[in-house]
Design a protein around this ligand. Structure first.
Ligand SMILES: C[S@@+](CC[C@H](N)C(=O)[O-])C[C@H]1O[C@@H](n2cnc3c(N)ncnc32)[C@H](O)[C@@H]1O
Length: 384
């Protein structure tokens, strides 16, 4: 899936990242083409973030402009997942209702259906707002974001068996020895708890409270930012958050879009999960750094700088394996998930233009070109 009037900042085997206003970029997509739009917009915060947050008064209408287009672009069984942090009203310890207003407006006015309300608990979140929590000790710290899952229709595609969680120790014991552990009985609620509960389904059904610490290391992304002295994106969500919804609401080969992609956490998870993806971001510096997420752990400083500079210059970086002769992975017949290795083969060109990746046959490619091949590499990074 490519946009006709815009050139991507970078492309991989599974996706493309575009720099620009999401409204203009969304308008270019074919109607009913996207399976999942998953995003975390700038929140309606009182304290300005460096990329500019929206004010609370016009927030719902501002976000609704994007949502109207999202609705047109989604397939009939598509989903729209929006992560929104909570906020306080100006000058008083009173919560803003903006995130709830978004949910009500999207359903009542735009015709979305609230498939389920999720709550993302981030135990590592720092106490805030400082005034009400730390200084005056009037409020508890706010460590839960609302994550609204909207369906375009009442029946968005979903399969909870793809996101089962580990059984509790108690459940594991029950599964080991159902007779010794458990006597079927009626609960006070009237629910009849029979032996059917002792069936091993491969994991427990997850709840709508997602406990994910936002403290993951983002290894290669942070290393790339450090190498080129780029600022890390200040509001990244943890990969586990998009991972949950991508596995839950899409199948391999489906198209996932993040309209406010920032450091492109969503695209990198989609790539790993064998989903097609598109990422929109209005700030070129964020987009240029986000390309690091698609590099292998063994990438070197020269590769980071080259890709970053190329994107900042407004030229395109092409990370598709096929361009360099490496075969594209084929979809498994049973449609199940398969691991995808990072598509950084662009860094593996020899001087004669053959790919070292094919010769070295390493599962994760490394940057091993010779010094004199700089011109060759430079040409190869750019799209024609
Ligand atoms: C909360 S951040 C997203 C962070 C992302 N989830 C991540 O993990 O890196 C929101 C992003 O939306 C971008 N943005 C704001 N308005 C936009 C617009 N109209 N079009 C495209 N991007 C926009 C901001 O520059 C910012 O990077």
């Amino acid at each position: 899936m490519k946009l006709t009037n815009h050139t991507p900042a970078y492309v991989t085997n599974w996706g493309a990242a575009y720099c620009g206003d999401a409204l203009a970029l969304l308008a270019e997509l074919s109607d009913e083409s996207v399976n999942l739009v998953l995003t975390s917009p700038p929140f309606a915060l009182q304290r300005e973030k460096e990329y500019g947050n929206r004010s609370q008064s016009d927030y719902v209408e501002w976000l609704a402009q994007f949502a109207r287009l999202v609705q047109r672009k989604l397939k009939p069984d598509g989903s729209f997942v929006v992560d929104l942090g909570g906020a306080y009203e100006t000058g008083s310890p009173t919560r803003s209702l903006y995130n709830f207003r978004v949910a009500v407006h999207f359903c009542d006015q735009l015709g979305f259906h609230l498939a389920e309300d999720f709550y993302w608990h981030n135990p590592s979140k720092l106490p805030s707002p400082i005034e009400w929590v730390n200084k005056r000790k009037l409020r508890a710290k706010d460590s839960v974001n609302t994550v609204w899952w909207f369906g375009k229709t009442r029946w968005p595609k979903a399969d909870v068996t793809k996101v089962l969680t580990e059984y509790s120790d108690r459940m594991k014991k029950l599964l080991e020895d159902p007779d010794g552990f458990y006597t079927p009985k009626k609960r006070p609620s009237g629910h009849d708890i029979g032996k059917a509960f002792a069936k091993d389904n491969g994991g427990a059904i997850p709840s709508n409270l997602l406990q994910i610490s936002n403290s993951e290391s983002n290894g290669v992304y942070l290393r790339g930012c450090k190498t080129v002295s780029a600022k890390q994106h200040p509001a990244r969500f943890p990969a586990k958050l998009p991972e949950f919804f991508i596995r839950f609401l899409t199948e391999p080969g489906d198209l996932v879009l993040d309209i406010f992609s920032g450091s492109n956490t969503t695209g990198s998870v989609a790539e790993r999960e064998g989903r097609m993806w598109l990422a929109f971001e209005e700030r070129r510096d964020y987009l240029a750094a986000s390309v690091f997420r698609f590099f292998g752990e063994e990438a070197d400083d020269e590769g980071f700088k080259l890709a970053h500079d190329t994107i900042l210059d407004g030229r395109q970086v092409d990370l598709r394996r096929a361009v360099y002769g490496e075969p594209k992975p084929t979809k498994p017949a049973n449609g199940s998930h398969y691991p995808i290795k990072p598509s950084q083969s662009l860094l593996l060109l020899n001087e004669d233009g053959t790919t070292a990746a094919l010769k070295s046959n390493r599962p994760v490619a490394s940057v091993n070109y010779r010094k004199s091949s700089r011109t060759q590499k430079r040409k190869s990074l750019l799209s024609p």
